[in-house]
Structure formats: structure tokens, C-alpha cells
Design a protein around this ligand. Structure first.
Ligand code: NAD
Length: 516
């Protein structure tokens, strides 16, 4: 069975449950660690596979293969490397539906949403295809008499990527196309909750002509992560995940001398001014709050309604929630729901506990998704869209990231009150303002302490030729993902000062044939 067929097939008995393993030296190897974790189909609650959790022997073997891969790949010409990038882009474009179905089977999001994440990743592949222009150096002729100064950009070596469960294809693709284009070898440690997408991508790279060892997949948990963070053969770490782990990654990898970028969690607010188009706002709040079951780092989780609009907005959002279809992301007879399940039952219970906290703290639960079930999928990890009003801003359900389909409304009296709330939070990933006043929007973009801003756009994920990253606890390190930041992160600059005397000064004309 291919990687795609086996990821989508659902095991029927324990004996059928396959083990998803590492990709090293161009093959999926059999794990010998003896440690495994279950992988679920979140729509059915069934264990569809187990994923190998690497031990130190496997970590060392994966990194050693990448070191060998780097030696080969970094010696390839720019033109030859570019050929591989273009082939990868063509194969991905032709076969992305297969990858989308793998993502849905292990993550639960609807297939069209999985296609959307692949498209956003593909944008970065397309950017990386133009890498020769972006990694060329600079030259200053005659900086001093007879002296030229130039700089070249060289790859780092073996680079580690550690990714979260919520975008098993897009987040790795924020990094690896640029890392590989720049001449590095990648070791990807995907989330153990949806590990198959990484293997599919590894097989695709091989088909595109990438030499063995340049793209390695190391499955695992904290042991695999720590192995990458501490290995002297790993030059850099790109991490995306929750804030406490991002901080740990940043501190540990830095202590071990690595270049590191660690993107963390979020709590994204949508500020709605009284002049905004409330139908547009309600549509966007529902899409951005409940799409992918709220498991997006750029999801909107708080609507800051500048009075007097809150009551009308809540009515409009509630009407739209009533029309949402929730079910198996794979769809039935070609018809997809709007929203799938959460990733695990443990996560579903955590999301529910935040709604409990809000209620205990005095909030009004306008729409309650806690006891939501889907007919025929009673064991799936579903959680219904939830709308909370009057949430106290001291409640943990307001200050902490919930990462589920829960939208909270905070009523404020002015733009300034809303802005102050956004700026007082621990996170600074994304935010949006909804208004028809360009001057107000312009002031907001200047004053808000957040890395990515939407103006009448609820999920402002920058296109590939800009860069993605938040502020404050949403990003540890100086470099954002992709765009120019990506090329800077994955290359080291070397400056060369060179003096070649003119033949006239050394009477060497007989060797050079130059007339003095
Ligand atoms: P997570 O932090 O639990 O896991 C991320 C990665 O870290 C996984 O590969 C996991 O195996 C590893 N990991 C987990 N615990 C670890 C530990 N103790 N030591 C070392 N490694 C560990 O995150 P998640 O639940 O997979 O993903 C959801 C989180 O990711 C949310 O907080 C979300 O906001 C965040 N996220 C942020 C962005 C962004 O761009 N800022 C994008 C996507 C997701």
C-alpha cells in the first residue's frame, strides 16, 4: 500500500494497525525503538495507526544521514538544485488531493481546508523556486585601491524543523522549501498526532530527484526533539507550536549554539468599530472562529465589539452558527461539512474545561458546544461551535489560548479601550480591525502591538514573499518564517576582502600578456 492509501485506510482490528516510521536515506525504515503512540482518525475516534517514537540510536542515524545528504546537495550547482525544486512543485501541484486526504484522515479538518493549507505551503515552494536571485551575494569593486569586498551566502548545514499538529503540511512547508533551496539538509520532526503527511512529502521529494539524506523525517516526541536541540551536527531549529514549548525550544537550542526561530501560541482579537458592516463582520467572525474547528494559530478567538453593536452582532453570529454543518471532514457522497472534529478526546475535554471556566467566572454561554455529537460518529472528537458573551477579561478563558471552536465577545466602549486590551495580552500573533474608516484603520496598524494585522481581513496570513510571525510570546527569536526572513535564516553570510594588484604594478606583463 502507498503512504496515501495506508494513511486513509482505517484499521479494522488491532492486528491491522500499521506503524508509521522514519524516513532516512530515502526509505521508510522499520523502527527498533520499541516506543509508539496511537494515531487517531478524529472523526471516528478509531486508532488508525501507531507512530514510532525515536530513541537516541534512531536520532543519531537520522542526523548522520542528513550530514551525508548535506555534503552531496550543497555541492550541486544552483541550476541543478533549481531543477529539483521545480519538479517538486509540479508533482505537489498535480497530486495535492492525495495529501489533503491524508491530512483529513489524521487531523480531521475538511478536505477543502486541507487543500487550502497545501496551497499556502505550495506558495512557499514557488517562492523558493526563485532562490538563485534571493541567495546571491553582493560585490563592491575597488573598496580601496585594488581591493574588492564581496559577500556570499552559504547554507548552514543540517537544519531541524519541529512542527505542530494543526498544519501537518503547511507549517513544514513554511520552512523546508527555502532551507533545501539554499543548500541545507532538513530533518523534520512532525507532530506525533498526524505524522503521515511528512512521509508523503519525503517520497515526493525523492520522486522530484532530491538526493537521499537531504529530507529526513524523524518521528517522535520530546526525546526526538531534545536529540535535535542538543546535537552538535544540527545548525538551526525552526519550531512552531505552543508558547511554553516554543520558549523551551528557544532557550535550549540557543544554549547549544544554534540559530533558532520558535513560533508560539496566540489569542487573536477582532476589533469591530461601530461603523463596520456587521454582516461582513459576522460572516468573517464565523469563518475565522470556527473554521478548522478553531485549531488555527491565526483563528479569531475574541470579538471586541465597540458598543452599541454587540447585541446586533451576537444575533447575526448566532444565526450563522445555526447554519454550520459539522461532521466527518472527509465528507459524505462528495458533500463536505463546514467543520470537522478536534484532534483528540483529551484536547476536546480541555476546550470544554475553558467553557466551564468562563461560565464559572460569570460569562453567558450563548451557544454551547460542550455536549455536541454527530450522528453515526458518536466516538469522534467533535465539539460544537460555542459563543460566549460578557466574558470577564480576568478569566483564564479570556487570557489563555483555547484552540477550539470557541468565540468570546468582549463589549468595550471605545476604540482605545479595545486597543488597550489587545496590547495588554501575552500574545501578539494576529489581529484584525473591521471599520469603514481608513484613518481609524491606519491608526490601529500603527498602534497595535501585534505582528500580523488584518484590515477588514480576519486571518491576515501574509503571502509567501512577505514573512509570517508574531510579536511577544508568539515568536521567540529574530527571524520570522518564509519570505526574506527565511532566506536570511537558512544562509550564513561570508564577507571576503580581496586584493589583486594590477599587472602594471608588478611588471608581470610577460605572464599575462597585458600591455603595460
Ligand atoms: P505543541 O507545542 O504541543 O507541539 C509542537 C511540537 O512540539 C510537536 O512536534 C510536539 O511533538 C513537540 N513537543 C510537544 N511537547 C514537547 C515537549 N515537552 N518537549 C519538546 N517537544 C515537545 O503544539 P501543538 O498542540 O502540536 O500545536 C498547537 C499549538 O501550536 C497552538 O498553541 C498554536 O497556537 C501553535 N501554533 C502556532 C503557530 C504560529 O505560527 N505561531 C502556527 C501553528 C500552530
Amino acid at each position: 500500500m502507498s503512504i496515501a492509501e495506508s494513511a486513509v485506510a482505517t484499521a479494522t482490528t488491532d492486528a491491522d494497525v500499521r506503524v508509521i516510521s522514519h524516513w532516512v536515506d530515502g526509505v521508510e525504515v522499520v523502527s527498533s525503538s520499541g516506543r509508539m503512540a496511537p494515531v487517531f482518525n478524529p472523526a471516528t475516534g478509531v486508532v488508525s495507526a501507531h507512530v514510532a517514537l525515536a530513541d537516541q540510536v534512531e536520532i543519531d542515524a537520522a542526523i548522520a544521514s542528513a550530514v551525508r545528504g548535506f555534503r552531496v546537495w550543497s555541492g550541486w550547482s544552483i541550476a541543478r538544485r533549481q531543477g529539483v525544486l521545480f519538479s517538486f512543485r509540479e508533482l505537489l501541484n498535480a497530486r495535492k488531493r492525495e495529501l489533503a486526504e491524508i491530512i483529513t484522515a489524521e487531523h480531521g479538518k475538511v478536505v477543502s481546508d486541507a487543500m487550502g493549507e497545501i496551497l499556502r505551503g505550495q506558495e512557499v515552494v514557488e517562492l523558493a523556486c526563485g532562490f538563485p536571485h534571493l541567495i546571491k551575494g553582493a560585490f563592491s569593486e575597488n573598496a580601496s585601491t585594488g581591493v574588492d569586498v564581496y559577500s556570499v551566502k552559504q547554507p548552514l548545514g543540517v537544519v531541524g524543523i519541529i512542527s505542530p499538529f494543526n498544519f501537518p503540511a503547511m507549517v513544514p512547508m513554511w520552512f523546508f522549501p527555502i532551507a533545501i533551496a539554499a543548500g541545507n539538509a532538513v530533518v523534520l520532526k512532525p507532530s506525533e498526532k498526524d505524522p503521515s503527511a511528512a512521509l508523503w512529502l519525503a517520497a515526493l521529494w525523492q520522486e522530484a530527484g532530491l538526493p537521499d539524506g537531504v529530507f529526513t523525517v524523524l518521528q517522535g516526541d520530546k526525546t526526538a526533539v531534545d536529540g535535535l536541540l542538543t546535537s552538535p551536527d544540527v545548525a538551526s531549529i525552526s519550531f512552531v507550536g505552543s508558547t511554553p514549548i516554543a520558549q523551551y525550544i528557544y532557550e535550549t537550542a540557543s544554549k547549544h549554539g544554534k540559530r533558532v526561530q520558535a513560533l508560539g501560541g496566540a489569542k487573536n482579537h477582532m476589533l469591530v468599530l461601530p461603523d463596520a458592516d456587521l454582516d461582513l463582520v459576522a460572516d468573517q467572525a464565523v469563518n475565522a472562529g470556527y473554521g478548522a474547528a478553531g485549531e488555527r494559530c491565526m483563528a479569531i478567538s475574541v470579538v471586541l465589539a465597540v458598543e452599541p453593536v454587540a447585541d446586533e452582532l451576537i444575533t447575526k453570529i448566532t444565526e450563522r452558527i445555526g447554519k454550520l454543518k459539522i461532521g466527518n471532514g472527509a465528507g459524505v457522497d462528495g458533500v463536505e461539512p463546514d467543520m470537522g472534529p478536534l484532534i483528540t478526546d483529551v484536547h476536546r475535554d480541555k476546550v470544554a474545561s475553558y467553557v466551564d471556566i468562563a461560565e464559572q467566572d460569570g460569562a453567558t454561554i450563548v451557544v454551547d458546544g460542550r455536549n455536541f455529537t454527530v450522528d453515526g460518529h458518536e466516538d469522534g472528537f467533535f465539539f460544537g461551535p460555542t459563543l460566549i458573551d460578557h466574558i470577564p477579561t480576568t478569566s483564564r478563558a479570556y487570557t489563555e489560548e483555547i484552540f477550539g471552536p470557541v468565540l468570546s465577545v468582549v463589549r468595550v466602549q471605545s476604540y482605545d479601550e479595545g486597543l488597550a486590551l489587545i496590547n495588554s495580552g501575552q500574545f501578539g500573533n494576529g489581529t484584525a480591525i473591521f471599520t469603514n474608516d481608513g484613518g481609524a484603520a491606519r491608526r490601529f496598524q500603527n498602534e497595535v502591538q501585534v505582528g500580523m494585522i488584518g484590515i477588514n481581513v480576519p486571518i491576515p496570513v501574509p503571502v509567501a514573499y512577505h514573512s509570517f510571525g508574531g510579536w511577544k510570546q508568539s515568536l521567540f527569536g529574530d527571524a520570522k518564517a518564509y519570505g526574506i526572513h527565511g532566506f536570511d535564516f537558512y544562509t550564513r553570510e561570508k564577507a571576503i576582502t580581496s586584493r589583486w594588484l594590477d599587472p602594471a604594478t608588478r611588471n608581470h606583463s610577460e605572464h599575462t600578456g597585458i600591455n603595460l
